[in-house]
Design a protein around this ligand. Structure first.
Ligand code: G3P
Length: 217
C-alpha cells in the first residue's frame, strides 16, 4: 500500500517525506484554505513547491463543476508538473471530464466518493485513483472500511485498473484496516502516520535496553 500525506502544510509534508516512506501528497480546497493560500498564482506556486519537495503523485483539485471548466482548469494544473494528478469531484460533468482526461493522458483522482456505485463509475471513466472518504462515512454511522473492502472486491472481479485511495483517514487504526481491506493507497494526516509508531511495549523495552547498555559500557 502506498502512503500519501493529506495536507497542504509544507512543514508536515517535509516531516513525512524525511521518514522516507512517502509516495505522494493529496490536497483539497479546504486544506489549501487552512494554509492561507489565496489567489490563483499563490495556489499554483504552492502546488509547484509541493511537487519540488516530494517525488510522487501530487493531487491538485479543480474548483470548476462544469465539463468545459473542469477540463480547462485540469489542463492548467497538469501543466504545473508531470507529477500532478487532477482531482475531480464525483458529479456528472466530473465523470465526463475523467473520461476526457483519461483519453488525453492526464492522470486523475476522483474525489468525494461515498458508495460502490460511484466507485464503479469512476473506474469506468478511467480515473487513475478513486478516493472514498472513509472517516466521513464513519461520521454518518456507516462503515467506511467496509466500503474499501467492497470496492476492492468489485475492482478485482471486474479487472478495473483504477487504484483505491482511502481518504478522510482519522486514525492509525484506519490505516491498518484499509491495508487489510485492500486499499492501494492511504492518504493520511501526519498524526495518523506517526500513530503507527506507537506501542508502549516498544517504549518500555527500549528504556530497559538503554538501562542495561550502561552495565556493558
Ligand atoms: O483529501 C480529502 C479527505 O481526505 C478529507 O478528509 O478529514 O476532511 O474528511 P476529512
Amino acid at each position: 500500500m502506498k502512503f500519501f500525506i493529506d495536507t497542504a502544510n509544507l512543514a508536515q509534508i517535509k516531516e513525512a517525506n524525511e521518514l522516507g516512506i512517502l509516495d505522494g501528497v493529496t490536497t483539497n480546497p479546504s486544506l489549501m484554505a487552512k494554509e492561507g493560500i489565496k489567489g490563483n498564482e499563490a495556489v499554483m506556486n504552492h502546488y509547484k513547491a509541493i511537487c519540488e519537495m516530494v517525488d510522487g503523485d501530487i493531487s491538485a483539485e479543480v474548483i470548476a463543476t462544469d465539463f468545459n471548466g473542469i477540463v480547462e482548469e485540469g489542463k492548467k494544473l497538469a501543466a504545473i508538473h508531470p507529477n500532478i494528478i487532477v482531482k475531480v469531484p464525483m458529479i456528472k460533468d466530473g465523470v465526463k471530464a475523467l473520461k476526457y482526461f483519461s483519453d488525453n493522458g492526464i492522470k486523475t483522482n476522483c474525489t468525494l466518493v461515498f458508495s460502490a456505485g460511484q466507485a464503479i463509475l469512476a473506474a469506468k471513466a478511467g480515473a487513475t485513483y478513486v478516493s472514498p472518504f472513509i472517516g466521513r462515512i464513519d461520521d454518518s454511522s456507516w462503515d467506511g472500511v467496509e466500503l474499501i473492502a467492497q470496492m476492492a472486491q468489485i475492482y478485482s472481479i471486474q479487472g478495473y485498473k483504477t487504484e483505491i485511495l482511502a481518504a478522510s483517514i482519522r486514525s492509525a487504526l484506519h490505516i491498518v484496516k484499509c491495508a487489510e481491506a485492500g486499499a492501494d493507497v492511504c492518504t493520511c494526516p501526519l498524526e495518523s502516520i506517526l500513530g503507527l509508531l506507537k506501542h508502549p511495549l516498544t517504549d518500555i523495552g527500549l528504556a530497559k535496553f538503554l538501562e542495561d547498555a550502561k552495565k556493558t559500557a
